[in-house]
Design a protein around this ligand. Structure first.
Ligand code: SAM
Length: 258
């Protein structure tokens, strides 16, 4: 029997209704190119595999990797590794004969969710969809609109790259062991109209980090270092980072990278 490990963020899904809803959202079908991050004991893995020719698993816990290797299930490819180090771009570019949509899914370990989401941005151009269970508070920040108190660096960077929606709320009772927080499922689809090049993306990272560095301060202060290159309007000078739209941040990134 596997004992849940806190350091790997192991909270195993138990609720059949929620499992069914998540699998329906993923819409697994033959030929689809799918990787599940953190299969754990297989709450999502088994129902997904029933509808796929092949499912790739990425798991950091050696005991769980051994467990999955012993199962000897047809179509399952088990990769032992840390999702934060894994090359999702190379994986996405090599579908091994699968011709369907390319999806990254999972009930993510909450302790690494933000760095993992940022890491995955590097593969977004090759991925069709991501469906993740995360801490509800993180999902709220991901989808928050400009002007709301949840609007943050995570909101701007991810909304610049993905269309996102919260699709399900999940209470702690759906897991064993139960997490202390509420969870939510988010669907992320890379934006079709995304057109920032690498230099512009890194300018976006810098200007957004500076803008949110001191949340309560006005942009006049936080963006002082950029003042010679981007023209802030009178209103923007007195605004705070959370009041600026994603489009406006992207406009600044283009100017800064020019
Ligand atoms: N999918 C299972 C479920 O829904 O019951 C387990 C979800 S549990 C919240 C997170 C899973 O991610 C665990 O299996 C854990 O071992 C794995 N994990 C934690 N950190 C990881 C990492 N850095 N890379 C890959 N897998 C990781």
């Amino acid at each position: 029997m596997h004992r849940a490990r806190k350091r790997f963020g192991q909270n195993f899904l138990q609720d059949d209704g929620i499992i069914y809803s998540i699998v329906s959202l993923i819409q697994p079908s033959a030929g689809m190119h799918v990787i599940e991050i953190g299969p754990g004991l297989g709450a999502l893995t088994r129902p997904l595999l029933r509808n796929l020719d092949q499912l790739d698993l990425l798991e950091i816990d050696r005991d769980l990797v051994a467990y999955w290797n012993q199962q000897n299930l047809q179509g399952l490819k088990v990769i032992e590794g840390d999702a934060l180090q894994f090359d999702f771009l190379a994986w996405a570019k090599n579908p091994e004969g699968r011709t369907g949509l390319c999806k990254v899914v999972g009930n993510l370990p909450y302790n690494i969710s933000s760095p993992l989401l940022f890491h995955l941005v590097g593969a977004a151009k090759e991925i069709d969809e991501q469906v993740f269970m995360l801490q509800a508070e993180v999902v709220e920040r991901m989808v928050a609109a400009a002007g709301s108190s949840d609007f943050s660096r995570l909101s701007v960077m991810l909304q610049a790259r993905y269309d996102m929606e919260q699709v399900l709320e999940v209470p702690p009772e759906a897991f064993d062991p139960q997490p202390k927080v509420n969870s939510a499922v988010v669907r992320m689809i890379p934006r079709q109209d995304f057109n920032l090049n690498d230099a512009q993306w890194s300018a976006l990272e810098k200007v957004v980090a500076a803008a949110f560095s001191q949340r309560r301060k006005m942009l006049r202060t936080n963006l002082q270092a950029f003042a010679d290159r981007i023209q802030l309007t009178e209103t923007e000078l007195k605004a705070r980072a959370q009041d600026i739209s994603v489009d406006r941040y992207m406009e600044w990134a283009r100017i800064l990278a020019a």
